[in-house]
Structures are given as structure tokens and as C-alpha cells.
Design a binder for this molecule. Structure first.
Ligand SMILES: *[C@@H]1O[C@H](CO)[C@@H](O)[C@H](O)[C@H]1NC(C)=O
Ligand SMILES: *[C@@H]1O[C@H](CO)[C@@H](O)[C@H](O)[C@H]1NC(C)=O
Length: 182
């Protein structure tokens, strides 16, 4: 359970994303759809808990794999299936394992469709187009390469929750940050 505003910051450092340029009719840019499969290295600040996440997104096979290294802490595997089942486990001597069930599958490649354009901002040395989606995700995409640079997830306690937000909360601080269908 999360009882206060909990920002979760993502920084996509390196990825194999290769995206094409898309522009809406109004002249405002629209976020590039995700490639069906990619690997990204994500630096994450999860309310002060620092993690390096190797993210393997695999839409054709209906799965999303987060390999989460906590700073000076455990290595956690979070395998999310589109049918709603997630496996969170370690391969250390403790051999922890949790099975979680979510009402939603993984993010669709076009999950950013319909996001609200907020303009251009500099972040981490990149000039980005910024969009807001379902009132709590800010998504920063490099203007030139169209690659994601930064995400911010925020949520207020007591707010009406989207299926994605429900899942983010249910997943807790160590899992399922990617889950969600819109
Ligand atoms: C991580 O986020 C917290 C706020 O939740 C902030 O106080 C802290 O400075 C951040 N750490 C880094 C390394 O960005
Ligand atoms: C979802 O798919 C995974 C991988 O095939 C499987 O292990 C899991 O049992 C499935 N969950 C449901 C609810 O069918």
C-alpha cells in the first residue's frame, strides 16, 4: 500500500529502440510506438530505492521481463505474462518466489496513444518531447531519436485508479512497474 505521493523515476540509459518519426495532424508530436521487442537498461529511483533494471520487452510472446538489481542488494527477477500472471523470484540461496495475479496484461506497444502533449523540456542532457498519460505518467522522449529518456510515475493516495495504477500498487516497490493495458 502506498499512502502518499510516491514518485518513481526511470531513466532509460541505453536501449536498442529504433523508432520512426510520427507527427499528429495538429502539428503536435505524438509519442513513438514501442518496437515489439527491445532490451533497455533502466536506472530507476523507486521512492529513494535505487535499482538498475534490465528490461526485456517481448510483445509477440506476451511477456515482459525485468531483471532488477537493487543497490548493494538482491537481484530480483520479475517475469510478467500478458495473461496477468507475474513471477517474482531470486536465484540466490534463499530462492524466494512469489506469484502475483493482475487484472491487466502487459503494456501494448501503442500504450502511449492519446497522451497529452506537454511541450519540450531538457532532462539529463537531452531535449525531449513530454507527454502525460492517465494523469500520473510523464513520459520523456528524445526529440531527435524518439527514444524514451525518462519516465516519472506519480500517484496520490485516494485518487481514482486506472488498471495500470492498480497494478503498479499491487506490485509493490519491486515489481510490475511496466504492467498495464489502456
Ligand atoms: C531518489 O529520489 C528521492 C525522492 O524520492 C530523492 O530524494 C533522491 O535524491 C533521489 N536519488 C537520486 C540518486 O536521484
Ligand atoms: C500465464 O502464462 C504463464 C506462462 O505460460 C503460465 O505459467 C501461467 O500459469 C499462466 N497464467 C494463467 C492464469 O493462465
Amino acid at each position: 500500500m502506498v499512502s502518499a505521493t510516491e514518485p518513481i523515476f526511470f531513466l532509460v540509459l541505453a536501449s536498442s529502440l529504433c523508432l520512426s518519426l510520427v507527427a499528429s495532424k495538429s502539428g503536435e508530436p505524438t509519442p513513438a510506438a514501442w518496437p515489439p521487442q527491445f532490451h533497455s537498461v533502466v536506472m530507476m529511483n523507486n521512492s529513494g530505492t535505487l535499482q538498475v533494471v534490465n528490461l526485456w520487452y517481448d510483445w509477440p510472446n506476451g511477456r515482459n521481463f525485468n531483471i532488477i538489481q537493487n543497490q548493494l542488494g538482491k537481484l530480483l527477477y520479475d517475469l510478467e505474462w500478458d495473461n496477468g500472471t507475474s513471477y517474482l523470484y531470486t536465484l540466490d540461496s534463499n530462492k524466494e518466489c512469489r506469484v502475483l495475479h493482475f487484472p491487466v496484461g502487459i503494456l501494448r506497444p501503442n500504450w502511449l496513444q492519446g497522451a497529452t502533449y506537454l511541450g519540450q523540456h531538457h532532462i539529463d542532457g537531452f531535449l525531449c518531447n513530454v507527454w502525460e498519460k492517465v494523469d500520473f505518467i510523464w513520459y520523456y522522449e528524445d526529440v531527435i531519436t524518439k527514444r524514451p529518456v525518462h519516465w516519472v510515475f506519480t500517484q496520490e493516495a485516494g485518487e481514482e485508479k486506472s488498471p495500470l495504477l492498480e497494478s503498479v500498487i499491487a506490485g509493490g516497490s519491486h515489481g510490475s512497474l511496466m504492467r498495464g493495458v489502456f
